[in-house]
Write a protein that binds this ligand. Structure first.
Ligand SMILES: *Cc1c(COP(=O)(O)O)cnc(C)c1O
Length: 349
């Protein structure tokens, strides 16, 4: 979801942005109307994440799954090997895509626990000649989140932060490349943020399409081709909303409370609800859970819908339920869900 205040501002500005008589969608991307919007969004993102000056921010199209191919294409150069950590659905997709361009060494996997844990770094079998190490800090579907940042020494750490970026303060300097599709915590679908350390620019394979070349886009302020201007504009409003909320330290506290409330409800249900993930790596953004009897799933979802609680069906690959409680989900929304779940459990448990 997007913050209601943001959507209301979009509505007000839809036909007349800042007295220009037009919408952000209609503005020339390099024109004087759009340029300050683009620059402010980047400045606010830099401020929120305290992005060091030796990192470039690129706004791209294609979503996170385009990055599954663009990371190897932009970083491999003449290298033939990359290390990946497999913690579930999105890691597997990233691995499959990278394997089209290089030899992928799966340096660690939590498949043996059915992806309910994260592999401790002491068990990682990193290669010496890897161009980079890739991992997924929050597996959106499995609901598994790393509570620590890996240390890969001189080998650049690359991360798919799509479902956890901006949820709390982050030490960007630990990473070589951070990428995140906008549609979870940044803004509408159609734009992808790539934060890349400057020394990694210029390692692209020649076959990478120019519009997806990190260096070319960084040199052209992400305007090598026409960017998704409307998504960029709405993302800028979300970033401003986050700043007004007190920034990442403030939203992190709200996110902690929201997640703690849902997990407490699950854990105190006497087994009526279950979340399979190990306690130390439960996601704070995505909480999958099952009901004691899956025959109750349809009733649960119907009654949720009637109570105004929507989009709780689990991902089609795992079934059950999933509560995604990104930044824009207010704490009251979580309170309503928890109250509903308690009542449902009393009635059917
Ligand atoms: C949602 C999601 C994706 C998929 O993003 P697309 O923009 O649809 O390609 C990839 N990785 C993670 C971690 C996600 O949460």
């Amino acid at each position: 979801m997007l913050p209601t205040q943001v959507l209301e501002k979009v509505r007000v500005e839809l036909t007349d942005l800042n007295g220009t008589g037009m919408s952000a969608m209609e503005m020339a991307h390099r024109g004087s109307g759009f340029r300050p919007i683009a620059q402010q969004a980047e400045a606010d993102l830099r401020e929120l994440l305290a992005i060091p000056p030796n990192y470039k921010v690129v706004f791209m199209q294609g979503g996170a799954q385009a990055q599954f191919a663009l990371v190897p294409l932009n970083l491999l150069e003449s290298c033939t090997r990359a290390d990946y950590i497999n913690t579930g659905h999105w890691s597997k997709r990233a691995i499959a895509e990278a394997a089209r361009y290089c030899t992928v060494n799966v340096a660690a996997s939590s498949e043996h626990s059915n992806f309910t844990t994260v592999p401790p770094q002491s068990e990682w079998q990193l290669s010496e000649q890897a161009a980079y190490v890739h991992y997924t800090p929050n597996e959106t579907i499995g609901g598994v989140e790393f509570p620590w940042i890996p240390d890969t020494g001189d080998i650049p750490l690359v991360t798919d932060m799509t479902s956890t970026i901006l949820a709390r303060p982050l030490d960007v300097s630990r990473f070589g490349v951070i990428y995140a599709a906008a549609q979870k915590n940044i803004g509408p679908a159609g734009i992808t943020v790539v934060i890349v350390r400057e020394d990694l620019l210029g390692r692209a394979r020649t076959e990478v399409p120019s519009v997806f070349n990190y260096k070319l886009q960084a040199e052209d302020n992400s305007m090598f081709n026409t960017p998704s201007t409307f998504a960029w504009y709405v993302s800028g409003l979300v970033l401003k909303w986050l700043k007004d909320k007190g920034g990442l330290a403030a939203i992190a506290k709200v996110n902690e409370r929201k997640a703690a409330k849902v997990y407490a409800c699950i854990d105190e249900s006497g087994g009526f609800y279950r979340n399979p993930v190990a306690l130390d790596c439960r996601s704070k953004s995505n909480i999958p859970f099952t009901l004691v009897d899956s025959a109750l799933d349809a009733t649960f979802l119907e009654q949720c819908q009637a109570a105004g609680l929507t989009q709780l069906q689990g991902h089609r690959s795992v079934g059950g339920m999933r509560a995604s409680i990104y930044n824009a989900m207010p704490e009251e929304g979580v309170d309503t869900l928890v109250q509903f779940m308690r009542h449902f459990c009393e009635k059917h448990g």
